[in-house]
Design a protein around this ligand. Structure first.
Ligand SMILES: Nc1ncnc2c1ncn2[C@@H]1O[C@H](COP(=O)(O)OP(=O)(O)OP(=O)(O)O)[C@@H](O)[C@H]1O
Ligand SMILES: Nc1ncnc2c1ncn2[C@@H]1O[C@H](COP(=O)(O)OP(=O)(O)OP(=O)(O)O)[C@@H](O)[C@H]1O
Ligand SMILES: [Mg+2]
Ligand SMILES: [Mg+2]
Lengths: 229, 229
């Protein structure tokens, strides 16, 4: 479902450039559960943003469901994102002026076929599954770090995405709450065949993924098939 | 150095209120290394904000170095913060329009006795110790999550604080980078006697602290002296 050829991403900073990715070629099959691990600054979020169609590579190719999306414009990317992708950002990226509920159903608003009443019902159900249904009408600023992280996760799932990209989804959560999130992600994959790419340094996540991609300094260091899964 | 009596904090939300802290009484000695653990939403950051003089309690008393700071006004609190406290926020709270270096020396600017040239030298040294000296002139948006976290940590240390409050300082860091941060915090405590309160769910931190405070639903569940340390 995902295939990349020699992806590179260089951020221009005035004179210099930061080579965030230096030639990444990976393959991910439909329904696969993949974790990406690596040191801080190694390129994990950058790779996620490219795979999640939030940005385009400096060079190289990215085939999503066989279609070359490497050079699409913003509108085309937004379209794909809305139909196929759910993204949990490392920094949550919740809109401060919208309530928890509105933050979650925002992706639905952009979806032509959407039914808002249905979406609200579904959002409340998902909020309940992560234990914060009582905060639906509150603003992000009124939530704890881990509560905001849970809202970000729910928002990523609201459109029944084909692929979920989660950038350190349990970073701000205690182990118990973290395990609940992991359980949700696991079920989503096992019961609905959702493909999931999870950046993490939480071993309780890597242990249940099919494949672990090790990244370092913008390169893929190694890929490990997880025999136990 | 820190003594609280029945601290409570209730956030008013229209009609209702969220009881974030429900009567917290703790004692922390000078030079002690304390970790605070507990589920997401249990009141950790709220307690840290009160102890770090960023906010005042709804009721109860807080004695910092014997002085009752429970009812000080913003200016008095800011004064204490600037002189005695270093705070690493869970969300980093870096100013987006300032470079990494300027974000770090900002606390120094407010300090009457400060010498900016000296501060810059020191900031660069600290940035080096966390491996991001090359990014000193970049903006937060140009940094990875873990790099921003490291900037937030350096900023908390620039004024040689008496007490350091770190709210999940390794949440966005891979284990190796996390260990480097832990090493820095440890040395600071052992060599300079800095008192440190660290919110975390990272066991590699709790294992080296003198005391572990367990918080749940706004209450202190238990305090454990760490015999090994
Ligand atoms: N500004 C606010 N307004 C209203 N409620 C708040 C506010 N800040 C925090 N709360 C609520 O108070 C409770 C405690 O929040 P706090 O941030 O202290 O938890 P925490 O233990 O740090 O959680 P986490 O581990 O998720 O960061 C939570 O239920 C939270 O939603
Ligand atoms: N917008 C940007 N402009 C310039 N450089 C950037 C930008 N975003 C990221 N970088 C740099 O690219 C490199 C890779 O960043 P990336 O965010 O992908 O790392 P990461 O592996 O996600 O790190 P972390 O684990 O700390 O979140 C880092 O050195 C970072 O500073
Ligand atoms: Mg990242
Ligand atoms: Mg918190």
């Amino acid at each position: 479902i995902i295939r990349t050829e020699n992806l590179t991403k260089t951020y221009r900073l005035g004179e210099t450039g930061v080579k965030a990715l230096r030639g990444v070629s990976i393959n991910i099959s439909k329904g696969e559960l993949v974790s990406i691990i690596g040191p801080s600054g190694s390129g994990k979020s950058t790779l996620m943003h490219l795979l999640g169609c939030l940005d385009t590579p400096t060079s190289g190719k990215y085939f999503l469901e066989g279609e070359d999306v490497s050079k699409l414009n913003d509108i085309q990317l937004a379209n794909i994102r809305n139909k196929k992708i759910g993204f949990v950002f490392q920094m949550f990226n919740l809109l401060p002026h919208l309530t928890v509920l509105d933050n979650i159903i925002l992706p639905v608003v952009y979806n032509a076929k959407s039914n808002l009443r249905e979406a609200e019902r579904k959002a409340m159900k998902l909020l309940e599954s992560v234990g914060i249904e009582k905060r639906a009408k509150h603003l992000p600023a009124q939530l704890s770090g881990g509560e905001r992280q849970r809202v970000a996760i729910v928002r990523a799932l609201i459109n029944d995405p084909l692929i979920v990209f989660a950038d350190e989804p349990t970073g701000n959560l205690d182990s118990k709450t973290g395990l609940e999130i992991i359980k949700i992600l696991k079920e989503l994959n096992e019961e609905k065949g959702v493909t999931e790419i999870i950046v993490t340094h939480d071993p309780s996540i890597t242990q249940f993924t099919h494949k672990i991609i090790h990244i370092r300094d913008g390169f893929i260091e190694k890929e490990i098939e997880n025999g136990h899964v």
